[in-house]
Ligand binder design. Structure first.
Ligand code: NAD
Ligand code: DAU
Length: 352
């Protein structure tokens, strides 16, 4: 079957990537979607069971750092578009093991770019390398009502954000030096189904369910700007199709929460949905040593994306967090499979 487009989505077995794969596979049956993922601890093919049999979906287990293998995938599928999400994504892990972050996020992105350059061989008509980045590359804000815009200078603080900033620079360098059509987007904190339970929201929902303590870093005063993951996937769709080449867009929902306030909303919602007395789990809050170099506040100004491409979040936070808590409580089997490590056998069972 001939496909209208052949698009690699890297990191498609991860949290955000699985939502992007799902959206593209369902919305664009004329596109072939090639999910390239090495299945690290964060990759879980059970995130994609609903679309894995679709005729326009292919999974390729591959490490983005393996240039030869990546180039062979570009050639095999005659790839014309890349949406690059694969990365090491957890700040706490980057503090313990920065080498892996430099390897995957910097060298892996460079390998994806070099392979695209080799495959496209200077013929860039209707081609696009779309790189997914984060608001953390901009550094941190004070409690002064300012926002990160597309003009904010990069000032990363963690090994994670330093590695993402470096990869963003390589992507832009491939445009400026070789003329490769690229787009970079910087998104705020995502939340929703299928997030690995090392991140605040799924970790805390699961801990509340099991009556385990909730480790709040520092005084819980840090602020994050939360966006429902499906709205991020919708933004990626709009930008992939209508974004201006060589441009940058910030993605966010103007939805800032102090960690401790967010945690209290989560506790209230989980307790209510489990039929417990309101606030019954407040006692699980445990203040622990702060994260090293903990950025105080992130806040994204996504006005450009709204004005130029018409994208806005579809969900209010109250609705999004209710849906998210309900999803994790209703999908305890998914969570148990992740926490037990059982999910890592899925590939062997399904693809071998
Ligand atoms: P995740 O950790 O849930 O998933 C990462 C995926 O990449 C996993 O499936 C993993 O197996 C895969 N991967 C890792 N190393 C690989 C390698 N060497 N080769 C191939 N695949 C590899 O991450 P996420 O939270 O879904 O984030 C996806 C992207 O979005 C990342 O680039 C991240 O920086 C960015 N981002 C995340 C957020 C957020 O709130 N989670 C916000 C803004 C931007
Ligand atoms: O801003 C976008 C970024 O958001 C993405 O680029 C990252 O990939 C993603 O992991 C996320 O980074 P954060 O560090 O903000 O997310 P995390 O869920 O780890 O933490 C959210 C906040 O909660 C942060 O201020 C640290 C705090 N925290 C986190 C954990 C895991 C706690 O207080 N306790 C915890 O146990």
């Amino acid at each position: 079957m001939d496909f209208k487009r052949n698009i690699i989505i890297t990191g498609g077995a991860g949290f955000i990537g699985s939502h992007v794969v799902r959206l593209f596979v369902n919305k664009y049956p004329a596109y072939r979607i090639i999910n390239v993922d090495s299945l690290t601890y964060a990759g879980n093919l059970a995130n994609l069971t609903d679309i894995e049999q679709a005729p326009n979906y292919v999974f390729e287990k591959a490490d983005i750092c393996d240039f030869e293998r990546i180039l062979s995938i570009y050639t095999q599928y005659n790839v014309d578009g890349v949406i690059h999400l694969a990365a090491e994504s957890h700040v706490d892990r980057s503090i313990k093991d920065p080498f892996t972050f430099a390897q995957t996020n910097v060298m892996g992105t460079l390998s994806m770019l070099q392979a695209a350059k080799a495959h496209w061989n200077g013929e860039y008509t209707d081609k696009l390398f779309y790189h997914i980045s984060t608001d953390e590359v901009y550094g941190t804000l004070e409690f002064d009502g300012t926002f990160f815009t597309e003009e904010t200078s990069y000032d990363p603080h963690s090994p994670y954000s330093a590695s993402k900033a470096s990869s963003d620079h390589f992507v832009r360098a491939f445009h400026d030096t070789f003329g490769m059509p690229i787009i970079v987007t910087n998104c705020s904190n995502n939340y929703g189904p299928y997030q690995f339970p090392e991140k605040l929201i799924p970790l805390f929902i699961n801990n509340i369910r099991h009556g385990k303590s909730l480790p709040v870093y520092g005084a819980g005063e840090n602020v994050r700007d939360w966006l429902y993951v499906v709205d991020h996937a919708r933004a990626i769709d709009v930008i992939f199709h209508q974004g201006k080449v060589a441009d940058t867009y910030n993605i966010g929902g103007f939805n800032e929460w102090k960690n401790i306030d967010l945690i209290k909303v989560i506790i209230k919602t989980v307790d209510r949905l489990l039929g417990k007395e309101e606030g019954a789990s407040l006692g699980l809050i445990t203040y622990v040593t702060d994260r090293a170099g903990h950025d105080l506040r992130y806040a994204i100004d996504s006005t450009k994306l709204k004005n130029e491409l018409g994208w806005e979040p579809s969900l209010q936070f109250e609705e999004g967090i209710e849906k998210t808590v309900a999803w994790y409580l209703d999908n305890q089997a998914w969570m148990d499979n992740v926490t037990s490590g059982g999910y890592q056998e899925y590939y062997e069972k399904m693809y071998k």
